[in-house]
Design a protein around this ligand. Structure first.
Ligand SMILES: NC(=O)c1ccc[n+]([C@@H]2O[C@H](COP(=O)([O-])OP(=O)(O)OC[C@H]3O[C@@H](n4cnc5c(N)ncnc54)[C@H](OP(=O)(O)O)[C@@H]3O)[C@@H](O)[C@H]2O)c1
Length: 435
């Protein structure tokens, strides 16, 4: 129970919440009064919810013709952007920790991939960063020209490749740090490497189509910056931006459009939730929104402020809600959101509920706690930022209830502080009166 306070429900004499974290540790002993929800709690093992692995923020950047091509088939690189847009790209490059391209782009374009503006480079140095972003090349074969400009311009370079590719690249004398990621290259492992070993927090991906397609289809892209150029290629042999395959079902979110001379920049974000315990960039967006909704709740001294969003598998927002919505002092966020969805809506079965705080397992103000409402709605995935502390009730375990009911619960701890933000005044309290 997170908002309704019953006398005796508060854990007495304990100042801090017990140490449940995403990696999980439960207290050994529980208080009295187990009920059906608590009976389902995994008492002697870590919680079964999952946590996400850290990746850099991945920004895909490309320019396309009106008929969707990245290039033509001529020997020279087709210039799609306008001068002012090349300058914008330079600015984006200056803002990131690393720029990645596929081997096909190195072979076709022989690019340098530099920050061209001396002022931007100076600003990077003044900020304590490397003058140039790390340059990352991706190749399975390792068949790369050691004379390519990519290896001889800018700052540090790394080639991410396979065992076989590494052997070839080293033999060819590629002037880069050659990293083998095994017999085949896995994008998740590559991103983890860049994050953990290279310290990359923002990654700009500059193509080509094979690379963009995989990152988008594997739901590893946070954002797409697409420039539409007012010309046609008209040659089916030319490379397209996105190849065939499985993409997210629904519509992406348009976050910006900008006319730059005669081209238009469009920025899109994916919207489709991850599946099971896999956290994708869209999950972070929706959880961030839930935390923003929590901040909009009417303040209370006797209840948490929580935000919730229900999102269909194709990324369509079905409903949102927050605590004490519409003047109802007992309203819970998940309850308020689910009440706006037709219970017969078939999309509920594939939906994800995002809640800034773990859904409640017990409450006195309504017959069904939010964990039960979620189970009854048929939703099979919940993503939350914060396990419920003992502020109002001891050992509330909505995640356990949900998990026992077959729901995958995922905790994304990077949003815990945002979820706590509107509730600071409640934390550390040892007890409250029923309000
Ligand atoms: N308009 C624009 O904004 C823009 C930007 C960039 C590029 N382009 C154009 O795009 C074209 C090149 O695109 P592209 O699709 O042919 O090539 P690409 O995406 O640049 O590179 C593909 C290559 O990357 C490596 N690779 C990709 N995925 C991999 C994986 N999962 N594991 C291991 N290696 C992997 C492979 O290298 P190996 O073959 O070495 O194994 C693969 O052949 C060029 O015509 C270029 O001009 C346009």
């Amino acid at each position: 129970m997170r908002e309704d306070v019953r006398p005796g429900a508060v854990r007495p004499g304990v100042g801090a919440a017990y140490g449940r974290t995403s990696s999980g540790s439960f207290p050994e002993a529980f208080g009295a009064g187990a009920d059906w929800e608590r009976a389902s709690r995994p008492r002697d093992r870590p919680p079964r919810e999952s946590a996400s692995m850290p990746h850099p923020y991945v920004l895909l950047s490309a320019a396309v013709s009106l008929d969707g091509y990245l290039d033509d088939t001529g020997p020279e690189r087709l210039l799609l952007s306008s001068p002012a847009d090349f300058d914008r790209v330079d600015e984006v490059r200056a803002s990131v920790d690393a720029i990645l391209v596929g081997a096909g782009t190195i072979r076709a374009d022989n690019p340098r991939l530099l920050v061209n503006s001396p002022q931007r480079r100076a600003a990077r140095v003044a900020a304590g960063r490397a003058e140039y972003p790390l340059k990352v090349a991706v190749s399975a074969s390792g068949e790369l020209d050691p004379r390519a400009r990519f290896w001889h311009t800018g700052g540090e370079k790394v080639l991410c490749t396979t065992d076989e590719g590494a052997r070839r690249a080293r033999k060819a004398g590629i002037a880069a740090d050659v990293v083998s990621l095994g017999t085949a290259l896995d994008w998740g492992a590559l991103l983890e490497h860049l994050h953990d070993v290279r310290g990359v927090r923002r990654l700009m991906v500059e193509g080509g189509g094979t690379v963009h397609t995989q990152l988008l289809q594997q739901e590893l892209a946070d954002e797409m910056q697409l420039v539409l150029a007012p010309l046609f290629v008209g040659d089916p042999r030319a490379p397209r931006l996105f190849g065939p395959g499985a993409y997210q079902g629904g519509r992406l979110r348009l976050v910006e459009t900008r006319a730059i001379e005669d081209v238009v920049l469009m920025r899109y974000e994916p919207t489709a939730p991850g599946t099971a315990d896999r956290v994708v960039p869209a999950d972070r967006h929706w959880l961030r929104l839930a935390c923003e909704l929590a901040a909009q709740c009417p303040p209370s001294r006797t209840a948490f402020s929580v935000g919730a969003v229900v999102v269909a598998a194709d990324g369509t927002e079905l409903a949102r809600g927050h605590s004490r919505e519409a003047g109802d002092p007992a309203a819970h966020a998940e309850e308020a959101a689910l009440a706006k969805v037709d219970p017969a809506d078939p999309r509920l079965a594939g939906a994800t509920v995002y809640s800034s705080l773990e859904p409640c397992a017990r409450r006195s103000s309504r017959p069904r706690p939010c964990a039960r409402l979620i189970l009854d709605a048929g939703v099979r995935r919940v993503v939350t930022a914060w396990r419920e502390p003992d502020t109002f009730v001891e050992d509330a375990d909505g995640a356990g209830v949900l998990t026992a009911g077959g729901v995958k619960v995922v905790v994304v701890p990077e949003f815990e502080e945002a979820a706590k933000g509107p509730n600071r005044h409640l934390l550390g309290r040892e007890g409250v009166e029923e309000g």
